[in-house]
Design a protein around this ligand. Structure first.
Ligand code: IPM
Ligand code: MG
Length: 358
């Protein structure tokens, strides 16, 4: 049976970058590098609110649950910012992640040699950088109960709850240790065990897991605030970082800037059966939406991750990463990664360059 792929372009620059990513997939099929795949498209986020009054319509959810992989563009736009929380575009994404059970969010931060000068850090700090953040995605303070805004003593009080059960830490830990085993064999577990009970439990569970199941992996622990500092001080000290939902959200944006542009970063969110949700890490970027200025490489590199993790097509994945490298080496740049004197091309032209090299 053909693999089933669902495209969810979403809002802002999502549709532009997903259009380029889809061309990459279709080119691989035409060239015989990939068996036929069934591709369908659905609505999520603001565009789904406009059409159906909800950010995650039932048929989108049903299609996602039947798909082997989902490729998502981005959700969110300023006109929805004042809606109540349960009507916002972002809720569509959070609900989709949870419904798909994709607990392990893999966010690689690789600084391509052609882009060392685009980073805000000194070139020698980022040259050769290749780290992977494994962020827990469907638990922690993002989903913990109780939550809400209540009235207390005549004022409003905002409440969220950070909680992790052992099984949630273990399954995330296994994904992170396994990733370290495929790389340099080093895992840094990040929490706030000096302040939070959740962090104490997290550290304890990771320590036992490492000792019992991954004695070959070098495990270290770091507080989240220190990890933020170390990421901008000496990022190459890391191989794989494993952390919870909130710290992973913050640290992965910081890591993104090390690479030159958040427009370069793909992500994969996986369950334990290889089904995945693939997203560029950049958001919907409403300021440049519809102007053919967006960088499609994060979406295209998300396809690369999809080929590797959900479609069992590592040869095709290698071709995509080689084509992206060629595009950069030959100095094609969208605005976000252009240096002084570089000529700038648009989203569609950048996508076409990758296709040419493919
Ligand atoms: C991310 C984003 C999301 C998150 C938002 C859009 C809900 O920041 O994927 O990192 O907080 O997880
Ligand atoms: Mg984020």
């Amino acid at each position: 049976m053909n693999k089933r792929l669902l495209l969810l372009p979403g809002d802002g620059i999502g549709p532009e970058v997903i259009a380029q990513a889809e061309k990459v997939l279709r080119t691989l099929v035409t060239a015989g590098d990939l068996p036929c795949i069934d591709i369908t498209t659905g609505l999520i986020g603001g565009c789904a609110i406009d059409m159906h009054g909800t950010p995650l319509p039932d048929d989108t959810l049903a299609m996602a649950q039947h798909a082997d992989a989902v490729l998502l563009g981005a959700v969110g736009a300023p006109q929805y910012d004042n809606l109540p929380n349960d009507k916002k575009p972002e809720l569509g994404l959070l609900s989709l992640r949870q419904a798909m059970g994709v607990f392990a969010n893999l966010r690689p931060a690789i600084c391509h040699s052609a882009l060392v000068h685009s980073s805000s850090l000194k070139p020698d700090l980022v040259a050769g950088l290749d780290i992977l953040i494994v962020r827990e995605l469907i638990g922690g303070i993002y989903f913990g109960q109780p939550r809400g805004i209540i009235e207390e003593n005549g004022e409003r009080v905002g409440i969220n709850t950070m909680r992790y059960a052992e099984h949630e830490i273990i399954r995330l830990g296994r994904a992170a240790f396994a990733a370290a085993r495929r790389r340099q064999g080093r895992l840094c577990s990040v929490e706030k065990a000096n302040v939070l009970e959740v962090g104490m439990l997290w550290r304890d569970v990771m320590t036992v897991l490492g000792r019992d199941e991954f004695p070959d992996i070098e495990l270290s622990h770091m507080y989240a605030d220190n990890a933020a500092m170390q990421l901008v001080r000496a990022p190459k000290q890391f191989d794989v970082i494993a952390t919870g939902n909130l710290f992973g959200d913050v640290l992965s944006d910081a890591a993104a800037m090390l690479t030159g542009s958040i427009g370069m970063l793909p992500s994969a969110s996986l369950d334990d059966k290889g089904r995945g949700l693939y997203e560029p890490v950049h958001g919907s970027a409403p300021d440049i939406a519809g102007q053919d200025k967006a960088n499609p490489l994060a979406a295209i590199l998300s396809v690369e991750m999809m080929l590797r993790y959900s479609l069992n097509a590592s040869v095709a994945a290698d071709k995509v990463s080689a084509a992206v490298r060629q595009t950069l080496n030959d100095n094609y740049r969208t605005a976000d990664i252009a240096g002084d004197g570089d000529s700038i091309i648009g989203c569609a032209a950048m996508g076409q360059k990758v296709l040419d090299y493919l």
